[in-house]
Design a protein around this ligand. Sequence first.
Ligand code: GSH
Length: 200
Amino acid sequence: MQLVYSPASPFARKARMLILETGQQDEVELVEVASSPTAPNPQLTAANPLSKIPALIRTDGPTLYDSRVVTRFLDARAGSNLYPDDRIWEVLTLEATGDAIMDAGVLMVYETRCRPEDMQFEGWVDAQWGKIAGALDALDTRWISHLSGPLDMAQISVGCALGYLDFRHADRDWRKGRDSLNNWFAAFSQRDSFQTTAPI
Ligand SMILES: N[C@@H](CCC(=O)N[C@@H](CS)C(=O)NCC(=O)O)C(=O)O
């Protein structure tokens, strides 16, 4: 199998962390591409018609895309139970929260990187940050007990989302006023799988 990824992508990082956590690194080759909404990479488009990273090319079935599909497949394949039945709806909702933080954070980057300067809209960028701030507050006040439980895909998603905020939006200071989330992330970010997949 091949995982089409970019080192900066938080969505691909979810899959890369899962691969390391479940010991599948010898079975998934990492194929690096550079792509953007305005300059899609042909190799990526061949794997995923939406030209979005990541995609998992399989030899025995169709290519999978959307990080949540890729991670669910790789988890099932390894039998690693990162989507445990007994708390599946919480895990999926929390994973969706992490993914939505990434979506908004990536869109903020695209606004300045992909749009001509005279078409950029600061109010729209701030509105994306508003979504992120709301999600961070929810994580800080409602989800710490779940985040502190046994490792699951929700924690990996939230960890990758916070790592992306540090990577691209450090100036927004997401930690301010969110001590519980900050403390959780300080411990989570010590994992080898997190450190090995740091964005560049
Ligand atoms: N929902 C998708 C989002 C993936 C995504 O937006 N990836 C970004 C890179 S971080 C991308 O490929 N963007 C290109 C585009 O939007 O055209 C997933 O979870 O895989």
